[in-house]
Unconditional design. Structure first.
Length: 250
């Protein structure tokens, strides 16, 4: 289905692509899901694509530095994102925000790709040029119609440099590591906070210094620091800015 907004002097206009980049643990994925729900846009989790590729490579015994085999594997994978569920209250009275379902070749991998090990593995395979080329078109096809929210490390710099609305969501290392630690604890994965802080720092170093598509703030991106902001505040801020764009575009 093609998504349009109506009211410009030239007729209908495609809804914008909203690109959200930023370091690990800044809250991009959750913020993007909630933003997509508020706007009625489609949510695409690009990081999940790399995690899914890494998962399939490990299951098949393919080395994470075997660029040719990984690129070949990409061609054998069919990705599909499920429907976003609305947040609900958990037993503790706090809001529970469901993950965006992702399927690979018809198999639900939503939970199995969300381990720290697969996060690092995804960062490793995402550095390989042939792998990035193989997944580049996959991501661009998802965004062809517009009306989407995409989050990752290079959405506004490489995947969609002409995205109509770009955000760079960041936060302090300590804040991001604490959020990740709490997520792991809720999932029953035991980790020392100090260990998660070191892992977050290592992930930042790796993502920012890789040769291919390093993490950086895209030209024209609006920077939002979530260190001292609640998630609802971050999402409300983003939604207000997207709606401002829509008003100006009509």
């Amino acid at each position: 289905m093609s998504l349009k907004i109506v009211g410009s002097s030239t007729g209908s206009k495609r809804l914008p692509i909203v690109a959200i980049d930023g370091p690990a643990g800044a809250g991009k994925s959750t913020a993007a899901r909630l933003l997509a729900q508020q706007l009625g846009f489609i949510m695409i989790d690009t990081g999940a694509l790399y995690r899914t590729l890494a998962l399939n490579a490990l299951e098949r015994g393919i080395a994470l530095n075997d660029e040719d085999q990984l690129a070949l594997l990409c061609s054998a994978l069919r990705f599909q994102f499920g429907t976003l569920e609305k947040p609900h209250l958990g037993a503790d009275g706090l809001p529970v925000i469901p993950r965006l379902p992702i399927y690979c070749n018809g198999i639900d991998v939503t939970d199995s790709i969300r381990t720290p090990e697969l996060g690092m593995a995804a960062s490793n395979v995402s550095k390989l040029p042939k792998v990035r080329d193989a997944l580049l078109e996959v991501q661009r096809v998802f965004g062809r119609e517009g009306g989407i929210v995409m989050e990752g490390r290079d959405i506004g710099t490489v995947i969609f440099p002409d995205a109509e609305v770009k955000f760079y969501l960041t936060a302090s290392v300590e804040s991001r590591a604490t959020r990740r630690w709490e997520e792991l604890k809720a999932a029953g994965i035991e980790r020392e906070l100090e260990t998660v802080i070191r892992e977050t720092q290592a992930r930042d170093e790796q993502d920012m210094n890789r040769k291919i598509a390093p993490l950086r703030c895209a030209e024209g991106a609006q920077i939002i620091d979530s260190t001292a902001k609640t998630l609802p505040d971050v999402v409300a801020d983003m939604a207000q800015r997207v709606r401002a764009y829509l008003r100006d575009a009509t």
